[in-house]
Ligand binder design. Structure first.
Ligand SMILES: Cc1cc2nc3c(=O)[nH]c(=O)nc-3n(C[C@H](O)[C@H](O)[C@H](O)COP(=O)(O)O)c2cc1C
Length: 197
């Protein structure tokens, strides 16, 4: 299953409506060309003062299985389950301080924007990408000796679409269910807090 477009209230671009978070991966490796492309998309994300605080740590099972397994081990058991065949994990990290040593309060926002560019490019290439906060950030920090001013925010799994029927029954149903969002009226206000748009 490669396609699960959002049932949008108004028409939006296919790239945005079509991106979703699949869980059924095949074990086929991701080409270096495709990996470069998703990272390049992230590179061109906007950021406050063009600080580009994001740093991506790529774990490609076909290139370095030892490091891949170390990163995989930090995922919570639920995420380890469906990611078992996934060929690539990408840790989204960010520098948390500005050049002046002050807290960069836009850093997580900027890293999120870069992550979104990455997953949209993955979708455009026909790849499956799934962002995860379900991992042990402290274990990741220790395992990969992150500097103190760097936070690891999410881990993205990346790969080719696999067979939904190989997922366990609960996840199989979730994979096929209609994507949900709050109504537009609940998330967009006009001219003041909670005023109708
Ligand atoms: C920051 C972030 C963390 C997430 N963490 C997990 C996770 O640990 N495990 C998981 O299965 N999905 C995770 N998701 C996927 C969300 O559940 C998914 O994006 C949401 O249900 C909307 O579905 P969609 O992306 O298909 O539109 C995460 C998504 C984001 C953006």
């Amino acid at each position: 299953m490669t396609n699960k477009p959002a049932p949008t209230e108004v028409a939006i671009h296919e790239l945005i409506a079509g991106r979703w978070s699949p869980r059924a991966y095949s074990s086929e490796p991701v080409s270096r060309e495709h990996l470069h492309a998703v990272l390049e998309a992230a590179r061109w994300a906007p950021s406050s003062y063009n600080a580009q605080p994001w740093r991506f740590v790529v774990f490609d099972r076909s290139v370095d299985e030892v490091s891949f397994k170390k990163a995989f081990a930090t995922l919570v058991p639920f995420n380890q389950g469906w990611n078992a065949p996934a060929p690539v994990l990408i840790a989204v990290t960010t520098h948390t301080l500005t050049n002046k040593g002050e807290v960069n309060r836009c850093a997580p926002y900027d890293a999120g924007a870069a992550a979104m560019a990455l997953v949209l490019q993955a979708h455009a290439l026909g790849l499956a990408a799934h962002q995860m906060s379900g991992f042990d950030a402290n274990a990741f920090r220790t395992a990969f000796e992150l500097p103190n001013d760097v936070d690891v925010i999410s881990i993205i799994s990346l790969g080719h679409y696999g067979e939904v029927d190989k997922l366990d029954p609960v996840l199989r149903e979730r994979e096929k269910s209609v994507r949900q969002r709050l109504p537009l009226a609940d998330i967009a206000y006009g001219g003041g807090w909670k005023k109708a748009f």
